[in-house]
Design a protein around this ligand. Structure first.
Ligand code: CP
Length: 332
């Protein structure tokens, strides 16, 4: 898809009036570390902003140069396909410069700390740091030590706020609402930062959230977060408006939480037979990467109910919105 620079933002017309692309006074955050501490109003503001960016840039395919002269650093200490590419593209769609850091090949192997690494990159004139790290709290740690805006792109099993936001935006765009919907997060809840961000965001906006999976991956203690805990997908399936199928994170597990992948798939994979027993308009989601045949069969992943690739496009809109809210010019 080709990109082209659009006319200056003040000249762009939106719903008949000159568009105001200054950051609304309702947004006061300096960082985005998680969804736990955002209010429902703040969540709505980010989602509305993302929807506005998506509409104003033809599904994020065009440039809207609101952050010219700003620099966004992607600090990825853990692998990523979607999040890293999406943040990089979002920054460039807004006219910002980007710098990409990955731990392999860096001076971390010579003993440099994460804070020193981040401070050195910041010293090159960076305005925002997007960080992914396997240790929960890394984004918070950098926020305490850097002058730049810090965005959490996933910290261990803690939070992945932009994933939560893009999941919620995808539901909202398809259903027109979040309140009153029943959303099930199915799979490896124990190791999932996506589950936590979805739970905080969805509940604040009025959804009923079910976490479902084998008891080795879903403890009853999750009820303390206000969610329903379930172990039998077939029992809850008829009530669900949305299924978000989370990947089994073998790399975070010390022991295998079920006897075999085949047995897991038998009990929890979304397949065509289960689709027949689901609501007619059920939305099938997955944060990716997906393991075809484990959490989801290929026919369902690529079928008419799946919004998996729409989630990826919405991720670009959400990341444009977040970068602009943190770095854009404030309204007087
Ligand atoms: N959903 C997600 O975070 O994907 P990546 O690990 O590829 O960034």
């Amino acid at each position: 898809m080709s990109t082209r620079i659009m006319e200056p933002p003040t000249a762009r017309l939106e719903t008949g009036a000159a568009a105001d692309w200054s950051v609304p006074a309702g947004w006061t955050g300096r960082h985005l570390l998680g969804l736990e501490n955002l209010t429902a109003d703040e969540l709505t503001l980010v989602l509305d902003t993302a929807a506005r960016f998506k509409a104003a840039t033809s599904d994020c395919s065009q440039k809207l140069p609101l952050l010219v002269g700003r620099t966004v650093a992607n600090l990825f200490f853990e692998n990523s396909t979607r999040t890293r590419t999406s943040f990089s593209l979002a920054a460039r769609r807004l006219g910002a410069d980007t710098v990409d850091f990955s731990s392999s090949g860096s001076s971390l192997s010579k003993g440099e700390t994460v804070i020193d690494t981040a401070k050195n990159i910041e010293a090159m004139g960076v305005d925002a740091v997007v960080v992914r790290h396997r240790t929960p709290g890394t984004a918070q740690l950098l926020a305490q030590n850097l002058a730049s805006a810090v965005i959490n792109a996933g910290d261990g099993a803690h939070e992945h706020p932009t994933q939560g936001l893009l999941d919620i935006l995808s539901i909202q765009q398809r259903r027109g609402r979040i309140a009153g919907l029943t959303v099930a997060l199915v799979g490896d809840i124990a190791h999932s930062r996506t589950a936590r961000s979805n739970i905080w965001g969805l509940q604040k906006l009025g959804a009923h959230v079910i976490v479902c999976g084998p008891s080795t991956l879903v403890s009853k203690e999750w009820e303390s977060l206000g969610v329903e805990v379930a172990y039998d997908l077939d029992k809850i399936l008829p009530r669900c408006d949305v299924l978000n199928l989370l990947r089994i994170q073998f790399e975070r597990q010390n022991t295998r939480p079920f006897p075999s992948v085949r047995e897991y798939a038998l009990l929890y994979a979304m397949n065509s037979e289960r689709m027949r027993r689901a609501k007619e308009d059920i939305l099938i989601m997955a944060p990716g990467p997906i393991n075809r045949g484990v959490e989801i069969t290929p026919d369902v992943a690529d079928g008419p109910h799946s919004v998996i690739l729409e989630q990826v496009t919405n991720g670009l809109a959400v990341r444009m919105a977040v970068l602009w809210l943190l770095l854009g010019s404030k309204r007087d």
